[in-house]
Design a protein around this ligand. Sequence first.
Ligand code: ARG
Length: 458
Amino acid sequence: MTKKAWGGRFTNDSISWVDDFNASIHFDKVLIEEDIKGSIAHGDMLKTKGILTEDEFKKIEAGLKEILEEYQKGQITFSIEREDIHMNIEALLIEKIGPIGGKLHTARSRNDQVATDMHLYVKREVIDIISTIEYLQGTIVELAESNIEVLMPGYTHLQRAQPILFSHHILVYFWMLERDKARFKDALKRIDISPLGAGAISGTTFDIDRHQTQKALDFNDIYHNSMDAVSDRDYIVETLSNISLTMVHLSRLSEELIFWSTDEANFITLSDAFTTGSSMMPQKKNPDMAELIRGKSGRTSGYLMSMLMLLKGLPLTYNKDMQEDKEGLFDAVKTIKGALKIMDGMLSTMSVNKDVLEEAVSNDFSNATELADYLVEKEIPFRDAHEIVGKLVLTCINRGIYLKDLPFEEYKKASSVIENDIYDILSAKVSVNRRISYGSTGTEAVKVQLKLARERIT
Ligand code: ARG
C-alpha cells in the first residue's frame, strides 16, 4: 500500500478498484514533458523569489530531468495509487532526491499544474495541426495545378448540374482548410495563456512571480483571475470544435473520393497503398482509408459534445469531472493528425481519369443552362428560355440522345433565334470557359484563384 500524498487526513487504506476508477495516469502520462517543463519553470521562479535555495532548486531540476530521461528509456512504471502524472512525478522525485522534492509543490496546486500542462499540450498540438493542414493544402494546390485542363461534371443534389474544372472542385477543399487553419490560429490566442501560480483557487500567500513563469513557459498571456485560470476549459472546447469541423471537411472530401472511385463513376483511381482488398471477393479494391476518415469524423464530434456536456453544470472552480477533459481530446488530436496525413497520401497518389471525365461531361445534360443562356443573349427572357430548353431536354430523353445530337431543324422549331453556332456552345469546354465571373470555374478565373491559394501557403 503506497501512502497517499494527502495521507495525513485519512485513516483507512484506499481500495484498489476505487483507486483504479479515480486514476488518470493511464492517459495523462502523455503530459509528462509538459509537467516537467512546468515544474522546472515553477521551481526556478521559487528560487528567484528566495522560496527555494539555489541548491534545492538544482537538486529538484536535476531530479526531474532524470525522471524524464528514465521515462523515455522505458525505465519508469507509474502507479495507479499515485493517481495521476503530477503525483507520480512528485513521488518519484522524492524517492530520488529525498524530502526536498516535496518543496516543489510550494505555492502550487494540481489545479493550476494540470491546467498549465494542458495549455502547453494543446498549444503544441494545435501548432502541429496547423502545419499539417497547410501541408495538405499544398498537395491540393498541386493537384489543381497539374489537372488545370481537366473537366468534370459538377453536381447539385448529386445530379449532374453544370460542367466544371476538376481544379475548381478540388480547390473548394483548399478554402475549407484555409478557414480551419484560421480558426485554429485564432484559438491560439485563448490557448496560449498561463494559469500557473493560480494555486488551487485563490492564488497564494507566497510572494511568487507569475509573470516569470509565464515568460519561462513562453506563454503569450496570463490569466488575470486565479479562479478563471483553474476553471477555464473553453480552449479545449474550441480545439475540439475546430478539430470536429476540420474532420467534417475531410469527411466530405472522403465521401467524394469514395463516389469518384466507384465503378459507376470511375473518375479517379486511388493508389493501392490507400485501399484494401476483400477477404472473399477477389475483384474488390475498397476505399477503406477514405471511409475511415468519414467514420472517425463522428468520433471527434462526439468528443466535442461530451466536453460541452461535461462543463455545463460545473460550479467554479476545479471539479474532478474536469479530469474527463483529456481522453477525448488526446484521441481527437491523434485522429485528426492521422486523417490529415492519410488524406494527403490519398490525394498525392491517386490518378485522375481524364478520359472518363471528358466522356462524362460530353454525355449528359449539364450544358442545358448554357443553351438557356444562349437564348437569353438573343433577347429571350430567361424564364421562357428555361421552358424552351426544358422541352428540348425532354425530346432528347424520349429519343435517347443528348442536346448535341439533336438535329438543327429541331432547334429552329423550338426557337427561331437559334443559329447553327449552337453546337459550339454545347461543348463542355466552351461552356466552362464562357464562365468569366470572378470566382467562377472558367480556366482564367481558376488560374486567378490558384495564384491566391499559392500565396496563402507560402
Ligand atoms: N488528474 C487531475 C485532472 O486531470 C489533476 C487535478 C487534480 N486536482 C484535484 N484537486 N484533485 O484533472
